[in-house]
Design a protein around this ligand. Structure first.
Ligand code: MCA
Ligand code: AMP
Length: 502
């Protein structure tokens, strides 16, 4: 049997292929026939390029139905999809392209100048453009191709996607996900969250991370369900479409922003079946306020780029606020102490996981991959948590130095290395402090050289021209010295406490 993930989706398309598969915010309708034919055209285009096996197709484009179609076409043609955040700037894109050596790069038309320069320098042969308005050379070239394509045979353990996830030492690592990693997780979630006939997914997440690209889209595709596609999250737009939707997925910031809308109430959610939250901790206050306002209990779940989804609150059973729920069927989750011994209920330790959804390793980093697995094959998540007596997992912290802002990961080490390059800066420490909207806000604390005149505005301006906007500190503070422990290590917990009300 062909284990290509696209073949699985195709086997679940609804009988009526003229039914709507994707509806856009501005009133366009794509049927399942359209999806089949459009993925075939792009798959034929990719096949015509005679790319080597396992070629990476790197994509940095705005969200659109065609962006999802490009993902599916890549999988269908047997290549490896490599999505990139649209906020990334030249230095970030250059790193990913140099590291992944994609055979094809697809970028937004307005970025063609600088992206193609980076790609051609790195040896990429083909650079196409794709806009969010159905423009660009990719579609022009694909239009000339046949609209039928035999989905390429793939084994379960062959690569389907690489997702870059930043490293604690600053270097991003490409998590290699196989067809079976994605297919097994999609099937489990489809059953666990009880997707049903008539479901409609309101899709407001970006298409370059696990949450929007896999968890949300795969559920609808496996269910043969319509997706209403929003170009980005916007609370007013979400509310406009909720009455015709049944399933919504988002990061906690989405729920905070929805609750800030006075008209968001039981009535607004009357047609809804399921709200899912993940990618960052959902505050218990948000969880409780959501129940009070809408009568719906948000289902919180937990996963990673390396693992896709691991743990979820139940659909039918009790959804407990402040917890991420129970291990998904087929996924083994344990909490261990420093010496590897299992923790008792309510005892805090490191979270380790095993299952068919766990990635194949980091792209071209075998030593790093080996370091992140235990001798008995468990992946070390870098998250710290505890099980309660009922088997519900809570995440209480992270052993990795990571900030999650509005669902995006920011690695302090990367930001510190940019700040430390600035004239007049001696050293810096970047921490996350509580933020009502983004959950955590990136905050920089800097020590300057004597006599140097570096201002908050200078630092923010310098960083904005170099790195993705969401990584730029919201505030910058200056100290004479950074607090250190007896080993000389910067005490970030002290800084987090000192600037928590910033
Ligand atoms: C935008 N900005 C941000 C963020 N997003 N700053 C910090 N954190 C962010 N997440 C910047 C903008 O560039 C802008 O900067 C300023 O903040 C205000 O922008 P705003 O209009 O409020 O932002 P927005 O366009 O509304 O975006 C906020 C957002 C978005 C809707 C929350 O960030 C988002 O969609 N996040 C979802 C991320 C996601 O999909 N995560 C899943 C990862 P300036 O003022 O300087 O111009 S997958 C994952 O983690 C795993 C595996 C899992 O478990 O799911
Ligand atoms: P990423 O590198 O984007 O895959 O982010 C994965 C990380 O997001 C995990 O290791 C967790 O730290 C965090 N995460 C995801 N879901 C949740 C959640 N529901 N609660 C708390 N943290 C979460």
């Amino acid at each position: 049997m062909n284990a290509n993930l696209y073949a699985l989706f195709a086997s679940r398309f609804p009988q009526d292929r003229t039914a709507c598969c994707i509806e856009t915010h501005d009133g366009l309708f794509y049927s399942w026939n359209d999806l089949d034919r459009a993925t075939a055209k792009i798959a034929n285009l990719l096949a015509s390029l005679n790319l080597p096996k396992d070629s990476r197709i790197a994509v940095q484009v705005e969200k659109s139905p065609e962006a999802l179609i490009l993902y599916l076409a890549t999988i269908r043609a047997g290549y490896v999809y490599l999505p990139l955040n649209t906020a990334y700037r030249a230095a970030e894109i250059e790193y990913f392209i140099d590291d992944a050596e994609p055979a094809v790069v697809v970028c937004s038309p307005q970025n063609f100048g600088w992206v193609s320069k980076i790609a051609f320098k790195a040896g990429t042969q083909h650079v196409f453009t794709l806009g969010d308005d159905r423009q660009g050379s990719l579609l022009v070239r694909a239009a000339l191709q046949s609209n039928s394509f035999d989905t390429v045979e793939r084994r379960p353990d062959e690569l389907a996607a690489i997702l870059y996830t930043s490293g604690t030492t600053g270097r991003s690592k490409g998590a290699m996900l196989t067809h079976d990693n994605l297919a097994s997780n999609a099937k489990v979630l489809h059953d666990y969250w009880r997707w049903q006939p008539g479901d409609v997914l309101l899709h407001a997440l970006p298409l370059f991370h696990v949450h929007g690209l896999f968890v949300a889209s795969h559920g609808a595709l496996l269910n043969g369900s319509k997706m209403i596609f929003l170009p980005k999250f916007d609370a007013t737009e979400v509310m406009r479409h909720l009455p015709r939707s049944t399933v919504f997925m988002g990061v906690p910031t989405y729920y905070v922003r929805l609750l800030a809308e006075p008209a968001f109430d039981k009535n607004a959610c009357a047609n809804m079946r399921l709200f899912v939250s993940g990618s960052a901790p959902l505050l218990t206050d948000t969880f409780n306020e959501f129940i009070a306002r809408t009568g719906h209990t948000i289902l919180e779940r937990y996963g990673m780029s390396e693992t896709t989804m691991l743990v979820s609150n139940p659909y039918d059973g009790k959804r407990v606020g402040g917890t991420v729920g129970l291990p998904l069927p087929g996924v083994s989750v344990r909490v261990v102490k420093g010496d590897g011994a299992p923790c008792a209920a309510d005892e805090i330790g490191d979270i380790q996981v095993k299952g068919p959804n766990i990635f194949k390793g980091y792209w071209r980093m075998p030593e790093k991959t080996a370091e992140e697995f235990t001798s008995d094959g468990y992946f070390k998540t870098g998250d710290v948590g505890k099980f309660d007596a009922n088997g519900y997992l809570s995440i209480v912290g992270r052993s990795k130095d990571l900030i999650i802002s509005g669902g995006y990961n920011v690695y302090p080490k990367e930001i510190e290395s940019f700040i430390d390059e600035m004239d007049g800066v001696t050293e810096s420490a970047v921490v996350g402090v509580p933020h009502h909207d983004f959950g955590e806000a990136v905050t920089a604390v800097i020590v300057t050289r004597p006599g140097a005149a570096v201002s908050e505005g200078d630092v923010i301006g310098y960083l904005k021209s170099r790195i993705a906007n969401f990584k730029v500190p919201k505030r910058v503070f200056f100290l004479q010295d950074l607090p250190r422990n007896t080993m000389g290590k910067v005490q970030k917990n002290v800084l987090r406490e000192q600037f928590k009300d910033a």
